[in-house]
Design a binder for this molecule. Structure first.
Ligand SMILES: [Zn+2]
Length: 166
């Protein structure tokens, strides 16, 4: 059992698999892993702040062969996802600020918050763009505990020439 843990850290038998609500799913999203095997890296460059490669993805998952661009314009909707994550972050920052520092209408605290929050959102853009793509893909490609024994699905609607056009 101990050995298996080392060999297969993401082995579903060792995890509490309640569909997508387990920590492994969250971890795989946070670390931008392939949703099918939760092991392979989705992005070519580990550092999202290398801006030329921020959204450059592996064509296929290096671990399980899952196609990452499953149809033309697949990632078009991700700007809404990163917007939503931005809203969630802003709410979180607002509530933390409120609890820790407090807001008052008699000083500039609200403006400081707006400034800090805007800076934070801009600074976080690269990882946000990645997380929204990883999340997006994970809503279309389900985790397959048997990924090591099965071939990844082929996608007919992939048009090579149009890849990475957006
Ligand atoms: Zn994979």
């Amino acid at each position: 059992m101990g050995e298996e843990n080392i060999q297969f850290p993401l082995n579903p038998e060792n995890a509490n698999m309640s569909d997508n609500k387990n920590p492994l799913y969250i971890w795989s999203v946070l670390t931008n892993r392939c949703p099918r095997c939760r092991e392979g890296k989705l992005f070519v460059d580990d550092n999202s702040y290398h801006l030329k490669h921020t959204t450059k993805m592996n064509e296929k998952c290096p671990k399980c062969g899952q196609t990452t661009d499953i149809e033309v314009g697949f990632y078009y909707g991700t700007s809404y996802v990163s917007y939503l994550i931005g809203v969630v972050i802003s709410i979180f920052v607002f509530l933390s600020w409120w609890l820790i520092l407090g807001f008052s209408i008699s000083d500039n605290s609200l403006f400081y918050f707006l400034g800090v929050n805007a800076f934070l959102l801009i600074a976080l853009q690269p990882p946000l763009m990645r997380w929204s793509r990883t999340l997006w893909l994970s809503w279309f490609v389900k985790y397959d505990p048997e990924w090591q024994n099965k071939k990844a699905a082929e996608y007919e609607r992939v048009v090579k020439e149009q890849m990475n056009n957006w």
